[in-house]
Design a protein around this ligand. Structure first.
Ligand code: SAH
Ligand code: SF4
Ligand code: F3S
Length: 466
């Protein structure tokens, strides 16, 4: 099945022809493009491809929206808040479009895969000239060409679950890069819109992934994060007898000094085999983001998560036994329909037991089209908010304690950016992906350094370079 899921060379070649046509069309006009991304790393990686194509066609990138001739929002549909923000942003552009009618406003990404949003944009946001879904990304050059040459608005929200190899990419500055290893999701957790807007799971072929990793390492990237909604099911669709643990081992063998990270893992597919591979592979950072969502088995069952709080605990015990000191993080949904005080207490208990280094906590947001949106939801917003705050407080106390334990330790860090304060002018990451502000002589972004932790706070460690 994988062969048919790959966009053919012919179709891609056609898009490259359109890239040339756009380049010809805008030659000498010094056009600028602005992009903004909502949502997860997958979306950020997609935006980098679009920026790559824009760059190839001769657009200059700008951070200033007022100066842009082409404006693109890559949207997210995972929670209502993300959708509201995107609509707010596009709404605010109507004045800009009046002042400068030539500007092209485009919208893509997960929100656009939903009929109701498309209708709303068609009807109420006439300033949007170009609309394309996640499956149409690789057709961007032909869509842009049409947007530049045709009077009517362009919509492309069709397409099938495919993989386009070989598109240009313009990555951000700094030593970190995303590397998509698979697309889509088959899990259908009952609260989640992702499977509906991203299609079925499809894995890139291992040799393509390795090739891209080699290019990234050669280009000087030091931290490469393998992306997928559920990386543990990598390869199941390939029929090649290769799973995610095999892929990690293969990528770990690529020469060079770099860290490999990955996200996201699903507890139902995370396995002792994966932890063995992580433990064996020196370049695989000892860090695990393993969302458990809820500590109540009844809620997990109704979320269609297919594991229990006990099996989750067992996974963590195994991971910590094989990789002492591993950094752990998780996602949690508070206020899933039907959640009771007793369910919430079980979530809190799991958080207290495991002692995560980092938590991403979300209030449940109903997504129309998902099963959970039709479930009864008796808890009041006030109740849910109170649970949410109790969870944050509990986690803050845990983090304060865990961070303090780093005091005085000397660790390997990757310097990845500049910090705001003058005392510690650089930011860096530990192998466990903890944020560190650093000071010292001769620090350069992209360097691995040894540094000693001088003090700690809730959000950041502070270190001096050795
Ligand atoms: N594929 C990843 C995460 C995808 S979305 C995984 O399975 O872990 C990222 C996080 O958003 C999820 O882990 C979940 O905690 C949260 N999320 C998804 N749908 C949501 C909803 N309807 N309301 C609130 N949070 C949601
Ligand atoms: Fe959504 Fe579940 Fe798929 Fe993650 S695994 S993207 S939460 S359906
Ligand atoms: Fe959002 Fe789409 Fe990612 S819905 S979380 S941008 S896959």
């Amino acid at each position: 099945m994988s062969e048919s899921a790959i966009v053919s060379q012919e179709e891609l070649q056609n898009q490259f022809t359109y890239m040339d046509a756009v380049a010809e069309l805008i030659r000498g006009r010094h056009l600028r493009a602005y992009t903004h991304t909502f949502g997860c790393q997958q979306n950020e990686a997609d935006t980098e491809r679009i920026r790559g194509m824009l760059h190839e066609m001769g657009y200059e990138m700008t951070e200033e929206i007022d100066k842009a001739d082409f404006i693109l929002y890559n949207t997210c549909a995972v929670r209502e808040h993300a959708e509201d923000r995107a609509f707010g942003n596009i709404g605010a552009l109507s004045h800009l479009k009046k002042q400068r009618p030539d500007v092209i406003i485009a919208l893509c990404g997960c929100m656009v895969q939903q009929e109701k949003n498309v209708e709303k944009i068609k009807k109420s946001y006439p300033q949007v000239k170009l609309l394309f879904g996640t499956h149409a990304l690789w057709r961007f050059p032909s869509l842009l060409y049409r947007a530049l040459t045709e009077k009517k608005r362009i919509f492309d929200i069709g397409g099938v679950d495919d993989i386009a190899e070989g598109l240009p990419v313009l990555r951000g500055h700094g030593p970190k890069a995303w590397l998509s290893i698979m697309y889509g999701c088959n899990n259908f957790c009952t609260y989640c819109i992702v499977p509906y807007v991203r299609g079925r799971e499809r894995s890139r072929r291992p040799e393509e992934i390795e090739k891209e990793l080699r290019e990234l390492v050669a280009a000087g990237y030091k931290e490469i994060t393998l992306l997928g909604q559920n990386v543990n099911s990598y390869g199941k669709d390939l029929g090649l007898d290769v799973d995610f643990a095999d892929l990690l081992r293969r990528l770990n063998a690529v020469p060079g000094d770099f860290w490999l990270r990955f996200m996201t893992s699903h507890p139902k597919d995370a396995s002792p085999r994966l932890f063995d591979a992580m433990a064996d592979c020196k370049k695989v950072a000892k860090q695990l983001h393993l969302p458990f969502q809820s500590g109540s088995d009844e809620i997990l069952r109704r979320m269609n998560r297919r594991y229990t709080a006990e099996s989750y605990r067992a996974l963590i015990v195994d991971a910590r036994r094989k990789m002492p000191g591993i950094t752990l993080s998780s996602d949690i949904i508070v206020g899933f329909p039907g959640e009771t005080e007793a369910d919430f207490e079980q979530t809190l208990a799991l958080v207290q037991d495991i002692q995560f280094d980092l938590l991403f906590t979300f209030l449940y947001s109903p997504r129309s089209g998902t099963p959970a949106a039709t479930y009864e939801d008796p808890a009041t917003p006030q109740q849910k908010q109170a649970w949410f705050e109790r969870l944050l407080q509990a986690q803050d106390a845990i983090v304060a304690q865990r961070q303090a334990a780093y005091q005085g330790r000397t660790m390997r860090l990757l310097v990845d950016g500049t910090a705001k304060g003058p005392d510690y002018p650089f930011t860096a990451r530990t192998e466990g992906n903890l944020l560190v502000c650093v000071r010292g002589e001769n620090i350069k972004i992209g360097d691995f350094i040894e540094a000693t932790i001088e003090k700690t706070s809730l959000r950041c460690l502070f270190a001096v370079k050795q």
